[in-house]
Write a protein that binds this ligand. Structure first.
Ligand code: SAM
Length: 245
């Protein structure tokens, strides 16, 4: 049972972080977003020569990081995640790339880590299923920092929960998602995980967190990005790419 406030704050510690694989059972589209981010990074790498510097936001247990690492052998990745329960799993899963010097980690929160990176120094900022967790005011600052650290021509690539502008349709989609959580997690008797994901979903869906499509794309435009594209819409998920001119 959830008993303390700190468990609500650090949503990827505790049960969710320890049993993160269950997300793939209740929300296979989250894993699909990591795959799509990898393909977009691979397409970018194919058009360039030389090594590419990549910053990953919210590396988690390493699902998206692995998709990036296998997208191209030209990448040097800094994976940022401020939840040790998650990041320690990534370090274990991805030790081969750490040893090869292709992968390093930061345990700072995204905004702090980004502020410590030099302007115009990064080719790609990639992320999956992370930015929707941010408070909208924090996300705005993160987007500005992403723009600052990218080189001209650098790309932002994010597979994430981009809420539907049609709020009624969005609500119906979320209701179906919640039904799915119950069906899958009661069948395998993971009631503690079910409880934590439902609590987490309330955070994702709250007015000051939800990353609705038009507002999110406007936020990228306001930060200075061009060539802003939303593709692969799958229920409340989509792949967004944008270029620093
Ligand atoms: C849903 S997981 C996604 C992990 C991975 N990208 C994937 O798709 O499996 C979100 C991750 O973002 C991290 N996270 C959330 N807020 C963060 C912040 N402000 N700074 C850094 N990491 C954060 C969490 O700790 C968590 O590991």
């Amino acid at each position: 049972m959830i008993t303390t406030k700190s468990q609500y704050d650090a949503m990827f510690s505790g049960v969710i972080g320890q049993d993160y694989d269950t997300l793939n059972l209740i929300c296979p589209l989250a894993t699909e977003m990591s795959r799509l981010v990898g393909i977009a990074v691979s397409d970018y790498a194919a058009k360039t020569t030389g090594n590419l510097s990549v910053v990953e936001l919210g590396g988690g247990t390493g699902i998206t990081t692995l998709s990036l690492l296998t997208a191209s052998d030209k990448l040097s990745i800094l994976s940022i995640d401020n939840e040790p329960v998650m990041q320690e799993q990534a370090k274990k899963h991805l030790s081969k790339w750490i040893t090869e010097g292709k992968l390093t980690f930061s345990g700072d929160d995204a905004l702090t880590a980004l502020k410590n990176i030099a302007a115009d120094s990064v080719d790609i900022v990639a992320s999956a299923y992370t930015l929707h967790n941010f408070l909208d005011s924090y996300r705005k600052e993160v987007m500005q920092q992403i723009f600052r650290i990218l080189k001209p021509g650098g790309q932002f690539i994010n597979g994430d929960r981009y809420g539907l502008d049609d709020i009624s349709k969005h609500t119906r989609t979320i209701q179906e998602e919640v039904s799915g959580y119950f069906k899958v997690l009661t069948r395998i008797n993971k009631l503690d995980v079910l409880e934590h994901w439902i609590v987490h979903l309330f955070n994702d869906e709250s007015e000051n967190h939800v990353m609705r499509e038009t507002a999110a794309l406007d936020q990228l435009r306001d930060a200075g990005f061009s060539e802003i594209k939303l593709a692969h819409r799958l229920e409340v998920n989509a792949l967004v790419t944008a270029v620093k001119p």
